[in-house]
Design a binder for this molecule. Structure first.
Ligand code: ADP
Length: 894
């Protein structure tokens, strides 16, 4: 019988020893002696935090319940270390060149230093890890309870809670001391790493010792143990292939994605070369850890009383045999597993919380510019400490709330599947340049939601978080949303179900959204550096503040600003520094100046990133910067093309609108005219009919008869003219006009037109420029005369002036002849200008003088047929029309 107090004393001594180890490591590291701390042995042992108390105690319980299935939990990481060694190496290289501090940092950096993604991954990690921390507290306190019972004390729940709280507080103190001592840019913690390496040895040693004791000390050697194994029912359980594959996949993914694994695997790794040793040494460690699991399980089942908890066989078996020392060693093994996991997990989470949530919000809340570096440091350390305490507190609360026991037993795998949701974004980010942040956000969010629904919430048990009804019929009766039968596919093992659906939808969304959206320049830059990390980190040029650097900056600036502007900028700076030529010294002042200039073209963020990469990040090549610059230029060109296009569309729309307005106006006019034309036709018709009636029937004297016949004659002429005009226009418009080409002088054509228009020279004065009228025309002279007559008679008809005057001016231009007809009347109002050449268009209130509104329309048709043009000339005082005769028409005859 050992006393419980002895156990506590030994445990405290062990903890004190760990403190001493950690202190010693920190001291040596501070003296710069880190070589042995970076050895492959210590690295490999530190990876063993993968084996938590869940594995130490739980593997035996697992084997007792489900046979060999527990092996899958070891097979996953083994496959990663052996088969995916390349991925691990790439992650480590990226981690070093990018100075990654956590898995959230990896995702956020890869996708353009996205704050949102950092927060998302951090939240996922907290939700996935807190239950796991609770599980560790439970394992340790349950084991302590065994010893208490052994020494005669009966532990109730409050005793378990109290001891869990002490353990949590002790772990918090350890993590606070060694986790926040130095804020090294690489987040390496030599003290903690060495302590967990020691713990790794202790737990392996303990488990092997218990195993050897159980096989040779209790069962009586290998033969009887085999017999026991063969006899046990579990040996007959055939493995379920789908569940095995699922479990191996989940544990392999978790090995890469668990925040604590990323911490030891990538962040704490100082030398890539240790990986080659770890790739075989760590699987060997796992093999040794799993070696005696089945023997302990079967012997325990055989010997221990019915109902004994198989999770505690590693402690209870030695106690039953009276091996108190071995039992205490075994307890220390489990204790080591639990504490090393909790310490590293807490540390990793605290780093994420402070780097991705606390520090950014603190910096945002402050006025920009007022940040002193000492300040930031203080804030980071403080937030790190608060986060550590809060996370352990959260683990403890979860332990209390969940009530321990069964609810926690399954949480290990649930937790694995949760953090695994980062996997697609991680693998995609490292191997696929096309991956972008929207894809990552979509994938992780969807995966997270599917996981929460199909596994996390159900893990609390039926009627705890989700009701029985939801399991059977789905939420709101949506049966395709049943947590264990998504989309109606039933009968799959819940773990496999959750894994397959969450991974499929996660990866699907990640790829699809990445393909459909565009990464920003910084993301592209980061993408290139992640995917091609080996080229960047080995082949990149070493930078110094040299002329070569200035030259490369000039090359980049030229791409962005244009060569003239960039050269002027550089030359001015060189001159200011008293140097001749183009290349100034790269001073901080110049850099910020250059950054401001660049940000005008590519945006502040890109400019800052470019300059920062040029000056600090030694790992980016000039070619990459240029590629980014080119992309930005292309984007701008593209957007300016878009702008031009939309301006053009606007113009077209405006033209269409105008045309439409004109059409409406024309059609209104036409309707008005049709009613008018019937009126105008009827008026002469009526007078013709009434006068002819009088002539036929009445007794009319000779003078009256002659007068009436004259009226009939005039009215008939008017009708004929109208019909002639309409017919003429119809022919001209249909394009079937027959041209009668002849030769004549312009002056003759004008003479004839003036005469034919029949205007009274006493009333209307006509001014001409005979000197210019000597051109010989070769065209349809009749038609041209018709146009002139129309213009001259219009001037006579519509000129409102007291003394109407018409100027006919001839001008020779580049091979064409222009004949302008300008009168001194009121002219045509601007809003009517565009209408005068339309059919039936005429101004209001012109009284009797007004014609049918066809003259100008006919004239324009004729001029078009003759290859010339007729236009209205605004701003001439009165109305002005210009007739343009084409070169051929005006050319002298040969
Ligand atoms: P109409 O057969 O009625 O003369 P036109 O097509 O020749 O038809 O002219 C269309 C309209 O343009 C006229 O009704 C008149 O309102 C206006 N117009 C034409 N020439 C002149 C002018 N010299 N001065 C003022 N208004 C004019």
């Amino acid at each position: 019988m050992i006393s419980f107090n002895l156990l506590i004393a030994v445990s405290l001594a062990y903890v004190a020893f760990l403190f001493a180890v950690a202190f010693a490591a920190e001291r040596r590291a501070a003296q710069g002696k880190t070589a042995w701390l970076r050895s492959s042995a210590i690295y490999t042992l530190s990876l063993s935090i993968y084996c938590t108390a869940w594995t130490f105690y739980g593997a035996v319980g697992y084997a007792a319940r489900s046979g060999l299935e527990y092996l899958t939990i070891y097979l996953g990481p083994t496959l990663v270390m052996i088969g995916w060694w390349g991925l691990v190496r790439k992650l480590v290289r990226i981690g070093r060149t990018q100075r990654l501090t956590s898995i959230a940092d990896l995702i956020s950096s890869r996708f353009g230093k996205s704050t949102g993604l950092g927060v998302l991954v951090t939240a996922l990690a907290i939700v996935g890890t807190t239950p796991y921390i609770a599980l560790q507290l439970q394992s340790v306190t349950q084991a302590m309870g065994v010893f208490a019972a052994n020494s005669g004390e009966v532990w109730g729940p409050s005793d378990l809670n109290r001891s869990a709280m002490w353990v949590a507080m002790g772990l918090a103190v350890f993590t606070l001391i060694f986790g926040t001592r130095n804020l090294d840019a690489h987040e390496r913690h030599h003290g903690i790493v060495l302590a967990i390496a020691v713990e790794a040895v202790v737990k392996l040693f303990a488990l092997l010792a218990v195993g050897i004791f159980v096989v040779w000390g209790v069962a009586g050697g290998l033969g009887p143990t085999r017999a026991l194994i063969d006899a046990s029912a579990q040996a007959q359980w055939a493995p379920m292939p789908s569940r095995w594959i699922g479990l191996i996949f989940v544990s392999a993914a978790a090995f890469l994605c668990l925040p604590r694994m990323f911490q030891v695997l990538v962040v704490e790794n100082a030398d890539e070369r240790v990986l080659s040793t770890a790739s075989w040494a760590f699987p060997t460690y796992l093999l040794l850890m799993s070696l005696f699991v089945v023997p302990i399980a079967v012997v325990g089942l055989d010997l221990m009383p019915e109902g004994a908890n198989p999770d505690l066989f590693v402690v209870t078996l030695p106690l039953r045999e009276g091996r108190d020392g071995l039992a205490i060693l075994s307890f220390l093994g489990g204790f080591s597993s639990a504490t090393s996991m909790v310490i590293v997990a807490t540390l990793a989470l605290a780093t994420m919380v402070s780097n991705h949530i606390v520090a950014p919000s603190w910096l945002n809340a402050r006025m920009p510019g007022a940040v002193v570096s000492g300040d930031v440091r203080r804030v980071v350390v403080m937030s790190r400490r608060i986060s550590i305490t809060a996370i352990l507190g959260l683990g403890y609360i979860y332990f209390r709330v969940s009530g321990g026991g069964e609810a926690l037993a399954a949480i290990g795998l649930v937790s694995f599947t949760g953090v695994m949701q980062v996997l697609p974004a991680m693998i995609g980010g490292v191997f696929w340049r096309g991956a972008n942040r929207w894809g990552a956000v979509a994938g992780i969010s969807i995966g997270f939601a599917v996981w929460a629904w199909t596994q996390f919430l159900p893990s609390f048990g039926v009627d705890a978080m989700l009701s029985q009804a939801v399991f059977e019929r789905g939420p709101f009766g949506l049966s395709w949303l049943r947590p264990h039968a998504l989309f109606g596919i039933e009968g799959i093992d819940p773990l496999v179900h959750a894994t397959v659906w969450s991974m499929m939808l996660n990866a699907g969304a990640f790829v699809l959204v990445s393909v459909l959206t565009f990464p920003n320049p910084l993301e592209r830059l980061q993408g290139a550096q992640f995917v091609n990390v080996y080229e960047y980190s080995s082949g990149a040029r070493a930078w110094s503040h040299s002329a070569a650097q200035a030259e490369d900056m000039l090359v980049m600036a030229q791409r962005i600003l244009g060569s003239a502007e960039a050269q002027a900028l550089f030359r001015a700076e060189a001159a200011a520094q008293g140097k001749s030529g183009l290349l100034p010294d790269v001073t901080p002042d110049f850099l910020s100046h250059l950054e401001r200039e660049l940000s005008g073209s590519v945006g502040a963020a890109t400019a800052h990133a470019m300059i920062a990469q040029l000056t600090e990040g030694a790992m980016v090549s000039v070619d990459d910067l240029i590629a980014v610059a080119d992309e930005a230029a292309q984007i701008m060109e593209y957007s300016s093309r878009l702008e031009a296009k939309s301006a053009e569309q606007e113009r077209t729309a405006r033209a269409l609108r105008e045309a439409n307005e004109k059409l409406t106006a024309v059609s209104i006019q036409k309707d008005a005219f049709l009613s008018q034309i019937s009126h105008e036709l009827r008026t002469p018709m009526t007078s013709i009919r009434s006068f002819s009636d009088i002539l036929r029937d009445g007794e009319v004297d000779d003078t009256a008869r002659r007068r009436f016949a004259g009226i009939i004659h005039d009215e008939t002429n008017r009708l004929t003219r109208l019909l002639d005009d309409l017919l003429d226009l119809g022919v001209l418009e249909s394009g079937q006009v027959q041209l009668n080409i002849g030769e004549g002088r312009l002056s003759d054509v004008l003479d004839r037109a003036v005469m034919a228009s029949g205007i009274d020279p006493a009333r209307v004065r006509i001014e001409r420029t005979p000197a210019h009228e000597g051109v010989t025309l070769r065209t349809d002279l009749e038609r041209l005369t018709q146009v002139f007559i129309n213009l001259i008679s219009n001037a006579a008809k519509y000129c409102s002036a007291d003394k109407p005057r018409l100027r006919i001016k001839v001008r020779q231009t580049q091979g064409a002849t222009e004949v302008d007809f300008c009168d001194n009347g009121a002219g045509i109002p601007p809003e009517f200008e565009s209408m005068v050449f339309e059919k039936f268009s005429r101004l209001e209130d012109q009284g009797k003088a007004g014609g049918a509104g066809l003259g100008l329309a006919i004239s324009r048709q004729i001029m078009t047929a003759l290859g010339g043009d007729i236009t209205y000339l605004p701003g001439q005082g009165g109305a002005g029309f210009r007739v343009t005769l084409p070169a051929a028409a005006a050319a002298p005859a040969q």
